[in-house]
Design a protein around this ligand. Sequence first.
Ligand SMILES: Cc1cc2nc3c(=O)[nH]c(=O)nc-3n(C[C@H](O)[C@H](O)[C@H](O)COP(=O)(O)OP(=O)(O)OC[C@H]3O[C@@H](n4cnc5c(N)ncnc54)[C@H](O)[C@@H]3O)c2cc1C
Length: 408
Amino acid sequence: MPAQPRVLVVGASLAGLRSAEQLRSAGHTGPITVVGAEPYLPYNRPPLSKDVLADQRATTAADLAGRLAFRRRASTADVEFRLGEPVASADLADGVLVTVAGRSLSYDGLVVATGLRPRRLAVPGPLDGRHVLRTVEDCQALREAILTRPQHVVVIGAGFIGCETAATLRSLGHAVTVIEPAGPPMARVVGATLAAAVQRHHERTGIRFVIGAGVIAFTGTDRLTGVLLDTGEEIPADVVVEAVGSVCNTEWLAGNGLDLSDGVLTDNQLHTGSARPTVATGDIVRFPNPLFDDTPRRVEHWSTPTDTAKRAAATLVALLAGEEPAPVVFAPVPSFWSDQGDLRFQSFGSPALGDEVRVEEGNPEHLAGGLLATYHHAGRHLGTLAINLTADRQRELRAAFAAPVPTV
Ligand SMILES: Cc1cc2nc3c(=O)[nH]c(=O)nc-3n(C[C@H](O)[C@H](O)[C@H](O)COP(=O)(O)OP(=O)(O)OC[C@H]3O[C@@H](n4cnc5c(N)ncnc54)[C@H](O)[C@@H]3O)c2cc1C
């Protein structure tokens, strides 16, 4: 190993940036290069379904990326960013990546931080009028589509991004219909009873929900004019937003013996097990969290890149020094927030793992007035959901999150 091992970080978003920062904090003084498919420095995605989508001022995707760019810490001033240069393939045994442009990049240590892209519906019909929301380009395209006049918008998928998008577009005066085959909004995370209450809340603002129906086609010739459901109903649409989940950006890692069945499988230290030191961070990493059990899971929350980058950097620095990573159990408390109109959701732990929901405070019929729910399995408190509680109260709830942190 050279005196100054070279680290490549693939993926120039939040996880890539945090990984570079944490490598410096963990004492890595060698060269770090961050290679990113997007042509922008890392920027913040959550506003893309919230205030940036609601902002009607004319702008460009590049301006949005500039406005949302993360502040660069002094410790990463010498980190090289190669942007607009997707990695096409990797040879993890030899430590060489090849970019789509055909450039070879060699490394001693690798951080995989390539995140997700939106899943698309495989149904027939015109493409024009169909949107997704992950990048500043996606957001800009959707902003332009809705800017000119009130539109009939159909949001497909009632997960967090679907609900946020629906609430934002409704607040701008568009006619919004949300279609979800699986059940009421966000039911997998918040539970059926609260999901039904959230649906009623959004319905009172004028959003229409069609639950239990699937999309079988988009109607129209050159441009879509509607969405055809398996119930036979056709919903008029000028604009469709597909918010039907994500696909992990792992294709470039194929052929290296990694488990890529759902993101990148690692151990609890975020090490992939490759002979040449390779760790994964952010939305893409699937790791066991002993806070809950030993099942590896991916966690698509904004807090995950920061939590995982810290652990992964410590692991990589140790491996690059030829040492075993310190046997410290990695047990981060997942947390996310979601803004949907006048509702702010904040969660700690993993409500989705609970099968018993207890409403501790508040009235589900008046969510805007504040609500606290806890989620349990076999008597264990696994998650907390707060709706419209104060920041102080949220801090208390986070601190009080009851799951015990295991020791080695
Ligand atoms: C619209 C929206 C709203 C959100 N709102 C919230 C919220 O309110 N609360 C919350 O907790 N979380 C929210 N999130 C989730 C949060 O933004 C993500 O968890 C976070 O962005 C994950 O960061 P990441 O770096 O792991 O992945 P990503 O942000 O997906 O970044 C991965 C990067 O890797 C690049 N890449 C992919 N393939 C390659 C390749 N082959 N070569 C080089 N580069 C590659 C991609 O272009 C991308 O830039 C939201 C996400 C979106 C999209």
